[in-house]
Each structure stands twice: as C-alpha cells, then as structure tokens.
Design a protein around this ligand. Structure first.
Ligand SMILES: Cc1cc2nc3c(=O)[nH]c(=O)nc-3n(C[C@H](O)[C@H](O)[C@H](O)COP(=O)(O)OP(=O)(O)OC[C@H]3O[C@@H](n4cnc5c(N)ncnc54)[C@H](O)[C@@H]3O)c2cc1C
Length: 286
C-alpha cells in the first residue's frame, strides 16, 4: 500500500506534463493539439470542465479535477490520447453528454484526463434506408431534431431528456417513450465505430459480435471509445397528440392506472388492434 501511495505521488507530479509532451510529439503536423487541450492554467478550463457536468454534486471545490481535458476533432486524436495516457499511466475518462449519475465520465480518484467527445457530434440521416450515423458527442435532442428535420414519419426510440449524450446513453441501453413498441436505443443500433485500448479503429465486423453486443448495454467505457453509431430509424405517425390529465387518489387515480395497464399492453404489438379491441376494456367512470 505504501509503495502504491508513493507511485501515485510521483505520477501526480510528472505525468500530465509528460502526457502533454507525448501528445504534442505524436500529433499530426496539420492537426496541432494546442486547440483541443485544456489544463488548469488555461482560462477556459473551468467552462470546458463544468459545461458538461450535469450533476452538480460533482462540481464542488473538493471534487477531483482532471489534469487535462482533451476535446478531439477526429479519430487520430483519440488514438493519440489513448496511447499517451497508457504510456504515462494516467487514467482516461470518456465523456459524451456528462449525465452519468455517479460522475464516472468526469471524476476519478486517480490522476486523470477527460476525453471529451464534445466536438464529435455529427449526424447524418439516410431517409431512403431508414438509417442514420450519429457521433457519440451529439445529444438526443440534436438527434431528434435532425431526424424530424428530414422526415415527419421517422423517429428513434431513446430517452426523454434532450441533453443526454448519445455515447453514454446507447452504450448503457437507453429507454424512452417508444420503448414498448421498438425496445431500447441499444436494440436499434446496427453498427458502431470503436477505438479499443490498443488504438485500433473497429467497426461491427472487425470488432466481432460479442464486443458489439457488449457495447450495447454493457457501458461503453469498459470496452473502448465509441466514436459513432449507425442506427435504425423507426416509423412514427406524422402527428402526435400529447396531453396530461392530473388526478390524485381521491379522483380515481388507482382506477385510471389500472385501466392504463389494460390499454398499454394492446399498444405493444399492434396499435391498430388497440382501437379495434377498445370495447373489451371495462369503462371507467370519473
Ligand atoms: C436528467 C437525466 C435524465 C435521464 N433520462 C433518461 C431517460 O429518459 N432514459 C434513459 O434510458 N436514461 C436516462 N438517463 C440516464 C442516462 O441515459 C445515462 O446516465 C447515460 O449514461 C448518460 O449518457 P451521457 O453520454 O450523457 O453521459 P456521460 O456521463 O458522458 O457518460 C456516461 C458513461 O458512459 C461512458 N461514455 C460516454 N461516452 C462514451 C463513449 N463515446 N465511448 C465509451 N464510453 C462512453 C462514460 O465514461 C460514462 O461511464 C437520464 C439521466 C439524467 C441525468
């Protein structure tokens, strides 16, 4: 244990400078890293760190802070970051939307670097084939916006909070209002681009079905950095009616919930059947 403490202390004083030097050495000449690096001495460091800390319990003065924040613009800069972090034994935390309940994407007890996907948020929609490629740094809101922008009758089954990042959400499962009909976000992933711990750039074919299965629910950061996802878009009605009925227990809330349970199972497989079978649902008096 004593040896571990000593080692940590040495790493704390040296690694982040070595890490930065390594990144400078290995970065491509036409892609200087100075524009994508934030350190505590940089005036934009705090805003780079806190703008994607979605749980303010992890934003106190005593919360451990990253030595460096790297905001890659492409695959090669992710590979360089992983290489240099391993070489200088500094931990990497991957962050997309920063909604992790435990702050795992931006807090660590060890000296660490945040690999922030904020610049990797490209979304490309293929309406003809009902598919899209979305980079991990995009938010669900951005994804929904661009799908709706291209088609009124396509959607994607994922969460309800629009600021969630695609990277953490898809790799953790992702449930939302279309769950009953179309399953989780992860169920509708067709392919993915991942960089593994050795810096290899893999797609579904080259990573194999086991790893592809694991990153759809097993937590992405356990397996690598997921750069982008190919997703299947699902048919939705062009018009949706949303309404809210507020009832408490004295106003029959229990009966309403009971009736809802009878209704909802009929919307799972075939919504048209629901209307045909509506007669079989016992009437409810308010
Ligand atoms: C306000 C709020 C509302 C929510 N609503 C819903 C909801 O409606 N439905 C639902 O299913 N969930 C919901 N969640 C949970 C949310 O989906 C998860 O917390 C999800 O992991 C957040 O993803 P993120 O990218 O925003 O978070 P991050 O904190 O960036 O990442 C979460 C985890 O994934 C890892 N990770 C992130 N990006 C990558 C990447 N590119 N490659 C590899 N690993 C990566 C991180 O290291 C971390 O371990 C909600 C959470 C909050 C705080």
């Amino acid at each position: 244990m004593q040896q571990y403490t000593w080692l940590t202390a040495v790493l704390t004083t040296h690694t982040h400078e070595d890490f930065l030097q390594c990144l400078t050495l290995h970065s491509e000449k036409d892609k200087p890293i100075s524009n994508i690096i934030y350190t505590p001495s940089n005036s934009s460091y705090s805003s780079a760190l806190n703008s994607y800390v979605r749980n303010t319990r992890f934003s106190t003065p005593s919360t451990p802070k990253p030595r460096v924040i790297v905001t890659p613009l492409g695959v090669s800069q992710i590979q360089e970051t992983l290489y240099c972090a391993q070489k200088h034994r500094i931990q990497v935390r991957v962050r997309s939307g920063g909604h992790d309940y435990e702050g795992l994407s931006f807090v660590s007890p060890e000296p660490f670097v945040i690999l922030d996907m904020i610049n990797l948020r490209n979304i490309s929609i293929d309406v003809e084939n009902n598919t899209a490629w979305v980079q991990s740094g995009a938010t669900l809101g951005e994804l929904y916006y661009w799908i709706a922008n291209k088609s009124r009758t396509l959607g994607f089954p994922a969460g309800v909070c629009q600021t969630i990042g695609v990277g953490g959400h898809f790799s953790g499962g992702g449930y939302g209002t279309l769950l009953r009909k179309y399953g989780l976000a992860a169920d509708n992933v067709l392919d993915a681009h991942l960089i593994d711990v050795k810096g290899r750039f893999l797609d579904r074919k080259s990573m194999g079905e086991d790893l592809f299965w694991a990153i759809r629910g097993g937590g992405g950061a356990s397996f690598g950095v997921i750069v982008s996802w190919k997703i299947k878009l699902v048919p939705v009605p062009a018009n949706v009616t949303v309404f809210r009925v507020r009832k408490d227990l004295e106003q029959n809330a229990t009966k309403i919930l009971h009736r809802w349970q009878l209704v909802v199972v009929k919307t799972v497989f075939d919504p048209t059947n629901f209307f045909r079978n509506e007669q079989s649902i016992p009437p409810l008096s308010f």
